[in-house]
Design a protein around this ligand. Structure first.
Ligand code: TXA
Ligand code: MG
Length: 346
């Protein structure tokens, strides 16, 4: 199959989205931009179409998908009820980077929910995403448009890397604004739980739901039963092992400089460190130190750059903090499979 990339342009948008939505209605896959990461879309009510998503991504079949909608009223048919709490979150954060779990209706195919009794729904804010979803008129199932386990795509070229020959169309809406996936919150019971930190921060949610709990599945205790199947799987991982270093900037520099050897080593750091390492290291910056929006936007792109450079190990600076930093740290720890070296004195 030949994979076409269409650069979205306002003056051609109607035709471009007409073509894309026709493919969706026919049961084909279309990758599209959102404000978080690129999604790999299919008609969410068509089981055969949704099967193609699992195949193209190599995604385990017990990992459920998010249904994307362009208008509020689309929720009603997909869920048993919209609880007052869910209504509150929808009104505050939709359209936007938060996915809500509801009790599913019978209309939702089993393949979407992987047999669970909840369904994940999100209304993206990105202009192209909303216009695309409105042109489709049906809920569009869309995981991130990467091969399972790889860093999520924040550019059309990332989608092409992973999906070339597997899908007919990629809609190119430029670089995504946030760069990390949506926050996932379970509001299907009276016990609200955050399952994935993302574009909407814990602090923003706590302002609305002070009693919200968190369950991210980062700690793999014996008998840990993930509430979200996606928590079981390796995620966002570059090809080379990533090791995160916890400590001061100077300690990180000294540690990396001390890594003698013949390996080709990648260094994930910030702008201020771009010139401090020797030329045989592959140094990539996540942006200015302390600029967390920029860091979120760059993280997956930088991880993919290390793959391209063919490094055999990557050393990265660990970040700590609140707000979006929690979401960044969550992705970093997953990409590193929890591999952290602490240089902190205590
Ligand atoms: O920002 C995003 O959410 C992007 C864009 C394309 O919208 N999509 C995305 O989808 O990140 P995906 O499939 O890569 O991640 C969805 C996560 C998975 O960890 C999955 O296990 C979880 O949401 N999930 C989906 N439905 C669920 C359900 N019914 N119960 C628990 N977890 C669910
Ligand atoms: Mg994903």
């Amino acid at each position: 199959m030949k994979t076409k990339i269409i650069k979205l342009k306002e003056e051609n948008l109607k035709d471009q989205l007409g073509l894309a939505s026709d493919l969706i209605k026919k049961g084909d896959l279309v990758a599209f931009p959102t404000e978080t990461v690129y999604g790999l879309g299919a008609n969410g009510l068509d089981e055969e179409a949704v099967k193609k998503i699992y195949k193209a991504k190599g995604r385990p079949s017990d990992n459920p998908l998010i249904l994307h909608i362009g208008d509020f009223h689309q929720v009603d048919r997909l869920v048993k009820e919209v609880t007052p709490l869910a209504r509150l979150v929808m009104e505050k954060f939709w359209p936007g980077p938060i996915t809500i779990l509801f009790r599913r209706s019978d209309l939702v195919p089993d393949i979407i929910t992987a047999g669970l009794d909840t369904v994940a729904i999100r209304m993206p804010e990105n202009y192209y995403a909303r216009e695309f979803l409105r042109a489709c008129q049906i809920p569009v199932a869309a995981p991130s448009a990467n091969t399972s386990g790889r860093p999520s795509p924040t550019k059309a070229s990332h989608v092409f890397e992973d999906m070339e020959g597997k899908i007919p169309l990629i809609l190119d809406g430029g670089r995504t604004g946030i760069g990390l996936e949506s926050t996932v919150i379970d509001l299907s019971s009276n016990d609200p739980i955050l399952l994935r930190p993302g574009g909407v921060t814990l602090e923003e949610i706590k302002a609305l739901i002070p009693g919200v709990k968190e369950s991210y599945g980062l700690v793999k205790e014996d008998g840990f039963k993930p509430r979200s199947p996606g928590q079981k799987y390796k995620h966002y991982a570059p090809k080379a092992p990533l090791i995160l270093i916890e400590g001061e900037r100077e300690d990180f520099i000294a540690y990396v400089k001390g890594l003698a050897g013949s390996e080709k080593i990648g260094v994930m750091t910030f702008d201020d460190n771009l010139k401090v390492f020797s030329k045989d290291l592959v140094v990539r910056s996540l942006g200015p130190r302390g600029d967390f929006d920029e860091m979120a936007r760059n993280l997956f792109d930088v991880l993919r750059e290390f793959d391209q450079a063919g490094v055999s190990k990557i050393y990265g600076e660990l970040v700590e903090g609140e707000g979006l930093v929690r979401s960044i740290l969550n992705r970093m720890l997953k990409a590193a499979d929890g591999n952290v070296i602490s240089l902190k004195e205590n």
